[in-house]
Design a protein around this ligand. Structure first.
Ligand code: HAX
Length: 464
């Protein structure tokens, strides 16, 4: 039912027909096939396009568009009080309901990808299908590794990661098909192909960077019997069951956080120009590499280690932690891992990791410091009177778990986040093309324009 694509050009002899095609309305015949969602959106715009979703204030345009709805993202939705839901499911629900690896207790990231893409919980077979697809597609062209090798080894891992992604752009089936000329109804299919290939290959690139930078360039081949997350842990050099279990949880909870965060929004924005998934995702990763976004996970560990060092090692007291937080604030720095632009309570991704710690690890010094900071920091941050959310976000906990299992290279953590984030932003990109989402082009004003509007509003108020 989906468009016929020449296998040679595509480079693959297999495809992903079932779940996405279930959503295609083929009642009008093969050539007019259109996603039901695309037809529904057209209808919504036609009949309800004038309905107001809110008003835009001067503060919002100056202050990072907080609370301003500016796009549609189907894969997940963030509630300020409750936290994230993926297609309606909370993280605790998904930890229970998503399929697991044999003998495993944490969900397979393949399952949350399926959920975000298809909109329904996968069966074990659906998840096996995705694992098999990603295994088949995980071959990284040699020139990609050559390009990474050309960089000084001390280049930040996120920079190496983005350059690796860009070096793969040559393989884009969307870009090749577009250059030949394709019907816009077929875009999603090529974007799907690129996204699947990219997700399949990212752990290999990430592991290559890790082994190159920290393990003397001794690389580990993928094990095709393993699921995507376990194989990633294996290629990084972690064979213990515990680390594979953590990796499955880690790569599941970092996938998506609705559409407005920097990495998701950037991927969506760049993709809206019909830049292919490699270009769009690499752009998103440049945003994730910022310290107020994904890089916060490395910052948290640096911050905790500096705290420990300042106090001569060992477990600090709560008073010492409080003093250290106050010192951080006095120096005009942020307390990494705390605060959020949307959330107004403890991030459920933090709670999931805390639960993982309590269930499987039970005692670890760094994880204990994380728990102590969680007790001490919120009232101090709240006491500043300006921080809107004094609670921890996802990054406050992740590094401590990784250190426990032996991964001490803090500046690599954001790459792990990036590998996971691919699942959400690329599932969204496929939906963007399937629903004919247009090029994004919001307006902007100058401060003079705003002053003129303020003046006009005052004059109007004086007259009335
Ligand atoms: N420590 C110190 N000051 C903080 C703070 C923190 N953790 N969180 C917010 N503030 C400050 C802001 O810098 C801002 O100060 P100014 O008015 O002087 O500019 C003020 O409090 C109001 O900010 P806000 O409205 O509460 O927060 P924002 O929406 O502007 O910013 C951030 C949200 C997440 C960027 C912010 O809380 C922060 O910098 N946190 C620390 C870094 C961090 O953990 N980032 C990861 C966030 C989650 C994520 O994306 N993960 O990838």
């Amino acid at each position: 039912s989906s468009p016929q694509i020449d296998e040679g050009e595509r480079g693959f002899s297999f495809r992903f027909d079932a779940p996405l095609d279930m959503r295609m309305d083929t009642t009008q015949g093969e050539t007019a096939a259109e996603f039901r969602a695309a037809a529904e959106i057209k209808d919504i715009i036609k009949n309800n396009g004038d309905l107001k979703l809110g008003e835009i204030t001067v503060a919002q345009v100056y202050q990072g568009m907080r609370g301003m709805v500016g796009m549609v993202t189907e894969t997940s939705r963030l509630d300020p009080e409750e936290g994230i839901r993926f297609r309606g499911y909370t993280i605790p629900e998904l930890r229970k309901q998503l399929p697991k690896a044999p003998g495993g207790t944490e969900p397979l990231p393949e399952g949350i990808f399926y959920l975000m893409l298809v909109g329904e919980l996968p069966t074990q077979d659906d998840v096996t299908f995705i694992t098999t697809e990603w295994t088949k597609r995980n071959n990284v062209p040699k020139h990609v590794f050559d390009v990474i090798e050309a960089l000084p080894v001390d280049t930040h891992p996120m920079t190496q990661f983005v350059i690796g992604i860009m070096a793969m752009q040559r393989e884009s089936v969307f870009a090749k098909a577009y250059a030949k000329g394709i019907n816009k109804k077929e875009y999603w299919d090529y974007v799907y192909e690129d996204s699947m290939n990219l997700i399949a290959r990212l752990p290999r690139i990430a592991a290559y960077i890790y082994r190159r930078k920290y393990k003397g360039g001794v690389h580990i081949e993928p094990d095709h019997k393993l699921d995507w997350a376990a194989n990633f842990a294996h290629m990084l050099g972690y064979e213990a069951f515990d680390m594979k279990r953590l990796m499955r949880l880690y790569l599941t909870i970092h996938v998506d956080h609705e559409g407005g965060n920097v990495s998701a929004h950037t991927t969506h924005l760049v993709g809206s120009a019909l830049s292919d998934p490699y270009l769009a995702f690499a752009a998103g990763m440049n945003g994730l590499a910022g310290p107020l976004h994904g890089l916060a996970n490395q910052e948290v560990l640096n911050w905790i280690m500096e705290l420990k060092e300042t106090l001569g090692g060992g477990l600090p007291t709560k008073e010492q932690i409080a003093d250290y937080i106050k010192k951080t604030l006095t120096e005009g720095k942020v307390v990494p891992g705390y605060g959020h632009a949307v959330l107004r309570k403890t991030d459920p991704r933090f709670s999931a990791q805390q639960d993982f710690y309590r269930t499987y690890i039970k005692h670890d010094d760094i994880c204990e410091i994380v728990q102590m900071v969680y007790e001490v920091a919120p009232p101090i941050l709240e006491g500043t009177g300006k921080i809107k959310n004094p609670w921890p976000n996802v990054d406050a906990h992740s590094g401590a778990l990784l250190v426990h299992y032996g991964m001490h290279e803090y500046d690599f953590y954001t790459v792990l986040f990036g590998v996971s984030r691919a699942l959400g932003v690329l599932a969204s990109l496929i939906w963007d093309r399937a629903t004919n989402s247009p090029i994004e082009r919001p307006g902007s004003l100058t401060t003079d324009n705003i002053k003129a509007k303020i003046k006009a509003a005052k004059e109007a108020a004086a007259k009335s």
